[in-house]
Ligand binder design. Sequence first.
Ligand code: ADP
Ligand code: MG
Length: 883
Amino acid sequence: MSATAALSAAKPSAPTPMMAQYWSLKEKAGDCLLFYRMGDFFELFFDDAKAAAATLDIALTSRGEHGGEPVPMCGVPVHAAESYLARLIRAGHRVAIAEQVESPAEAKARGGSKALVARAIVRFVTAGTLTEESLLEGRSANRLAALAEVGSEGEVAIAAADISTGRFEVVAVRREAVDAELARLAPSELLVSEAVGELPAWSVRQVVRRPTSDFSSGAAEKRLMTLFGVQTLDGFGQFSRGEIAAMGAIAAYLDHVGTGTTVFLQPPVRHLASGRMAIDAATRESLELVRTMAGSRDGSLLGTIDRTVTAAGARLLADDLASPLTDKDAILDRLDLVDAFARDALWRGELRSDLRALPDAGRALGRLVAGRGGPRDLAQLRDALGGARVLRERLGRRTDLPPLLARLLPGLDGHGALVDELSRALIETPPVDAAQGGYVAEGYDHALDALRETARDGRKAIAALEADYRDRTGIAALKIRHNGVLGYHVEVPAKHADALMAPESGFTHRQTLAGVVRFNSSDLHEAASRVTQAGVHAIAAEAAHLEALTDAATARREAIAASCDVLARLDVAAALADHAMSHNWCRPDLADTPCLDVTGGRHPVVEAALAKAGERFVPNDLSLAEADRLWLVTGPNMGGKSTFLRQNALIVVLAQAGGFVPAASARLGLVDRLFSRVGASDNLARGRSTFMVEMVETAAILAQATPQSFVILDEVGRGTSTYDGLALAWAVVEAVHEVNKCRCLFATHYHELTRLAESLDALSLHHVRAREWQGDLVLLHELADGPADRSYGLAVARLAGVSPKVVKRAEAVLAKLEAGREKTGGLAAGLDDLPLFAATLAAEPAPVKDALREALASIDPDALTPREALDALYRLKATGGEV
Ligand code: ADP
Ligand code: MG
């Protein structure tokens, strides 16, 4: 049952005023959990309460009755709401916050003593629109995406915004490529129009349906123009209607969740899928580029090689690995930069320690633009941009700058005036919160200094008064104190109070407590009000400066964001160089033919894991070329097949991301699409049977891989019966070889497949070596030419601790089976008579051209008026008569 249905079913005929208010807010909240503010708590009711209590593991109670049933309820204290919110959001919920928008006194004045305090939803907290630092992960982007399809061209636009840094991008892709693009962006929330039908199983954590009107390109354009304060969007580039609709949907949603508050979005940048390696969702998942299959950063390629020293650098490295380039010059540019840092350890070290000291200016700017910034954020900008200036001067003095660096450097310019202003205006480490003042530096504003002087003098005068009163009264224990209720006052021990009680004493009694009595005096009152007045004015003056400085900073938001990008790029290049040098990685060479030559290749993640256990990784070579482009890798389980396949895919990703690679040498022709499939991976999470998944994913490769692609197929066909599996694996290898003609590594335990080497001339056989030694299996993890001589299955079983009795029995069964194979020719018996795959292709009948079919296909029933439909029918009838 949907949330709204649940509500209306439970709606009573005559609700109490509070319930009526609750229901009207709940209706606005839709399928978000409603946090209903009551005093010091946010209360949740009905199904919301059940869901929240279960997620948060807090007590579910009840309050009153509703339709004869107790109303389920739970609550969280307001002061701790943020941590509860974080858990709810992580569990996939969205939350609407309903605050009291008037005080009880105001409510009484408005509607009498029984009046209910007015409440309104002040914001929605959703995974894709978080801004709270405590709810965000510093080193990863947090994206909100929207998807729009306009017209029937089969193109889909995806817009994605990270409102914590303002990064806003849009990309148009073919419908088949949507999932791959979503997998690259990994949004925490995806917006889709209500009008779109059932959605495919995308790899997105949370999909939110929004009204169709949010996606109308006309309204979207207006919304974007308002958001960016421009008269036309042309200045940002030419966007299709679909792209505008997707971007507009983001703007509309941000407006909705923030209920109108500003957010930080930079002008949209079009992401060109054409300059990027196509990597689909299944490939990303199996290669664990930026996340492991279990979803953690640790243990992924990114987690293993990330040596960035800034949060923005870490975010950029994740983007780079998620989206390697296909443009040779762009890759060479990045490689040159990494190379320069790799060669000069001293320079690299200096740069990295400079960068490490810089605060995360991108997110500080995001908070300032969103109106949630404070003095600390301005200081972060000051320090980051000031640091950038120093860095820029130092780098500018070098004569040997790589071209990319020379082009990037000017992007650090132009903040001098702002940095100077902020440096003069702010103290070294200002508070996060502006409320108490004290963050504007001495000397910046003379009027402010004078106010502070007055306050200081006042405090001195008060101190002097204290001494004076002690003298005059002879009470050594007399003190002048300050508290929130009385302000400044004179305090004496109760036993001395009488003297001051006298009417002519000049003191006025204020308060008697157990041990002390408190007084005021006119002198004290006067001094105190000078202090307070000056303090209030000083805080106001500081607030005005804060506002002006914030305006000055946010006016330069785009230039600042651009500088942050430059710093992030430097960080990434230096980090890649640093990691490459300490792990003996090499600069890859780019070739113009579709080759892939690797000597001494390694798997960075497996190697790191082995290193921890004190073990050594065995490097392996690969050499693919047009004439030898498909390697069939056999060998025992645990022998290192999967590792070998993946390490080569990762080398391709790293090289085209512009980094060094884990090898002694590497040379590759650029890869346009990368595919990785693992047979029968446990993919039940996506709700399809594993074998079905395996086949769907394999079909995608056969449909899309080009001669420039690189494909790794790991035990494809494993997910079904032996005969089916072998047959499919066989046919897939043939198709990849004959039709796709891509570079491919195929690992298999079907020994029978090695017979394909006889008919497919660009296919060669390889195996991971193993040896039996004194009855034990020794896996060498070393690749060698030719087929494996045997499968060692039983030896692996023994290694894995299967009991000797069982292994012995298996040996007997195996002997029988092998004897049978000798006689019959085994699994692959009879395959010798199989016509060649190429022949099958040729024999396939060409599709018949049929005028009637074509005419029928060209009709779009939804687009026809009744009259046109009738005409079409007549035309069809006429066409049918012709043939
Ligand atoms: P397979 O796919 O042949 O079953 P894997 O590639 O999964 O084998 O490797 C199994 C284990 O062997 C890995 O987890 C790793 O610990 C080890 N291994 C794989 N390749 C190497 C290598 N080149 N050097 C050292 N150990 C390796
Ligand atoms: Mg394997």
